[in-house]
Write a protein of this length. Structure first.
Length: 483
């Protein structure tokens, strides 16, 4: 290089003097693939020296003094002197930024193409039909699910009016609603409490939910409609409503039947009292008056009659108590369990003393309950624990544990226990696990407990094993504000 202007110095990052005297290939890196003309020996200039032709080549790669590279469009021309070619002129125009901008545009275009591909993939994989329309209601894009849902091929829908998917009786109103929507475009969520129907190609109709989303594009407003077929859901809702209506009817019938049964049990128990009392009184009178005057068989028969009448009286009294649980219960109120237990223990004092029973308890809570019925629960559970004590004297302990908005009370004994397979059966009315001569009773006590606890919104159950005692649990509601 024998001459360079100041612009060349700035382009290569050196002074003009720094270029003069240097070989041209010092500023030309090894050519990349496809740039074979730009080789280290500067053959472009050599070719110009030989044939004297002008040349133009685009985006040649050059190296600055700091090692960085730039791109330049090049033009060469011969310098003639004495009738021959004495040298060559190299003109450079820096196009690095233009190429960088072009590359950025290509990158953005690739990103846009990738985004469009992802959008189309999402569109096609959507579980709902998607239809995109212009302001005039013409369809410009649909997905695969729209084809399947409406029975049209994609080509049959494109550029058609959206009303093609609307039942004929709704089309005029739909066109009016569409114009109203475009006057004030807004996002409308799926459903929106509307009963909507769509039309398939074969003319059949089906219920749908539709969400709408506006999109401004090139001065137009596109509307994306997501259309969901809710035929199965509507069918399930109808079935659920029919089932609910049937259950409501059954519940009403059961409520009426239960009320009638309770009334029947009460009336039957009450009305049976007087004739049974007469039978028991006269049978007992016979036993006293003719004791020692009749043979052994007659006295045994009279004893059987007296015992049967007395057991029947107890049974009727228990049945009457069972029928009154739901009909004569008092409103629930704050009740101190310890005070109720004190009254029950006083009533059972004779049985406790006779069997040598020991009854202990932890501090007991205040609950929302019917105090009389709560006393019945304690009395029945404690009476059973005393009765089924086994060989050792009865040992009974009562405790309470908080469980959210309820208290769980427990009555634990060390008696004969209950086989696990009978844990549900013992709460059924008249169900007994032992013969009358082994353990007397009517089989109603635990059924009464269950009915009372359920009236209080709780539940009762037992955990036991033969020979290992039993623990009866039942839950009662807490009193608001009580710790």
């Amino acid at each position: 290089m024998v001459f360079a202007n100041p612009a060349a110095g700035r382009l290569f990052g050196v002074s003009v003097g720094g270029l003069v005297g240097q070989p041209l290939h010092a500023a030309m890196p090894h050519a990349a693939p496809g740039e074979r003309a730009c080789v280290a020996d500067g053959c472009l200039l050599l070719a110009t020296l030989v044939d004297g032709l002008r040349r133009r080549l685009a985006a040649y790669r050059f190296r600055r003094s700091d090692g960085s590279e730039f791109l330049a469009d090049c033009a060469t021309g011969a310098l003639r002197a004495g009738g021959g070619v004495a040298g060559a002129v190299l003109l450079l125009h820096d196009v690095t930024e233009q190429h960088r901008a072009a590359e950025e545009q290509r990158r953005l275009l690739r990103q846009a193409e990738a985004a469009e591909a992802r959008f189309r993939a999402l569109l096609e994989s959507a579980p709902d039909a998607i239809v995109i329309t212009r302001r005039d209601g013409r369809i410009m894009l649909v997905n695969r699910q729209a084809e399947a849902q409406f029975g049209y091929a994609r080509e049959e829908l494109l550029d058609q009016s959206i009303e093609i998917l609307v039942p004929e009786r709704y089309r005029q109103r739909h066109a009016w609603l569409r114009a109203e929507y475009h006057a004030a475009p807004r996002t409308r969520p799926m459903g929106a409490g509307l009963d909507l129907y769509a039309r398939r190609k074969d003319g059949s109709e089906f219920p749908v939910e539709i969400s709408l989303s506006p999109l401004a594009l090139d001065g137009d407003v596109l509307v994306t409609a997501i259309i969901r077929d809710i035929t199965d859901r509507k069918r399930a809702e109808r079935q659920l409503q029919e089932t609910a209506a049937a259950l409501a009817q059954q519940t009403a019938e059961l409520t009426r039947s239960n009320a009638e049964l309770q009334q029947f049990a009460y009336v039957a128990s009450h009305d049976l009292q007087e004739p049974l009392r007469m039978v028991a009184s006269y049978t007992q009178l016979l036993a006293r008056r003719y004791r020692g005057k009749l043979d052994a068989d007659a006295e045994e028969f009279i004893a059987f009659a007296v015992d049967g009448a007395q057991r029947m009286q107890r049974l009727i009294n228990d049945l009457l108590a069972y029928s009154r649980v739901g009909t004569q219960g008092r409103p629930l109120e704050p009740v101190d369990c310890e005070r109720v237990l004190e009254r029950v223990l006083a009533d059972l004092s004779a049985a406790i003393a006779e069997r040598g029973a020991l009854v202990t308890h932890d501090p007991l809570p205040v609950v929302r309950a019917d105090p009389v019925q709560l006393g019945q629960v304690f009395q029945n559970l404690l009476s059973n624990a005393i009765k089924f004590h086994g060989a050792a004297p009865p040992r009974i302990h009562i405790s309470a544990t908080p469980e959210g908005d309820r208290w769980r009370l427990a009555v634990r004994d060390h008696g004969i226990g209950i086989p696990p397979e009978y844990a549900e059966r013992i709460f059924v009315i008249f169900q007994r696990l032992h013969a009358q001569h082994e353990y007397p009773g009517t089989g109603i006590g635990l059924a009464i407990c269950k009915k009372i606890v359920e009236r209080h919104g709780g539940r009762i159950w037992v955990e036991s094993a033969p020979g290992q005692g039993a623990t009866f649990y039942f839950t009662l509601p807490t009193v608001e504000g009580e710790p």
